[in-house]
Design a protein around this ligand. Sequence first.
Ligand SMILES: Cc1cc2nc3c(=O)[nH]c(=O)nc-3n(C[C@H](O)[C@H](O)[C@H](O)COP(=O)(O)OP(=O)(O)OC[C@H]3O[C@@H](n4cnc5c(N)ncnc54)[C@H](O)[C@@H]3O)c2cc1C
Length: 215
Amino acid sequence: MKSPGIEIKPIKQISGGANFNEVYFNDVRIPDAQRLGAVGQGWQVALTTLMNERASIGGGGGGVNFDSVFELASNINVDDQPAIKDTGVRRKLADWYVQEAGLRFTGYRSMTALSKGEIPGPENSIGKLVGAPKQQDMASFALDLLDASGIIWDEELSERAGLFQATYMASPGFRIAGGTDEIMANIIAERVLGMPQDIRVDKGIPFSEVPTSGS
Ligand SMILES: Cc1cc2nc3c(=O)[nH]c(=O)nc-3n(C[C@H](O)[C@H](O)[C@H](O)COP(=O)(O)OP(=O)(O)OC[C@H]3O[C@@H](n4cnc5c(N)ncnc54)[C@H](O)[C@@H]3O)c2cc1C
């Protein structure tokens, strides 16, 4: 990070946080002593970091989970009765419970692979494709249940110190970071289901030689 030519531009997120930056490498020379992995294996290094990100997002990453929405639905009244008594609410909760159980057991597969020194397979893509939209759905539903008070995002005043509001604002990013929903679906289609590859006009061409509108 101290090499000449590295330029860091902070990014402010819609959630209000600023957890990362745009990092530019302007003619930066990387000495061989700083190389990670074997020559020509850079994609493996990138994939390892991406897989970790996908596993963390798919695993819930500390946001809204089944228990928090279940507790909210049990304690909040809709039409003069606890929301949990409503069939529609129960159906949604049941779906999320099943999804969370599936994510937990799929996560165990990654842990098993890691504990054997293997690189986890595409199961983290499945986890992210299910987990990120689930977070967004659950946070959005929790805000609906909270009705007008859902608008208030304040550590002191909001339910669970604003967890539902914070997750709602961060969740569109979860569906993009580490690979978008569409890219996760492509990986599962190609690597898990063995379907034909996406059409790629740039396949096998170095990035610097990919034709652009300006070339
Ligand atoms: C919260 C957050 C944190 C991030 N943190 C980091 C970080 O720490 N480090 C880092 O390097 N990057 C980070 N990113 C960047 C992130 O990795 C990229 O935004 C992400 O991989 C998507 O790439 P892109 O933005 O270039 O979108 P694009 O690839 O331009 O995609 C644009 C749209 O086209 C669709 N699309 C693209 N290709 C295909 C295809 N083949 N088939 C179907 N649809 C397709 C996408 O699904 C998307 O809807 C972060 C992003 C977010 C939102």
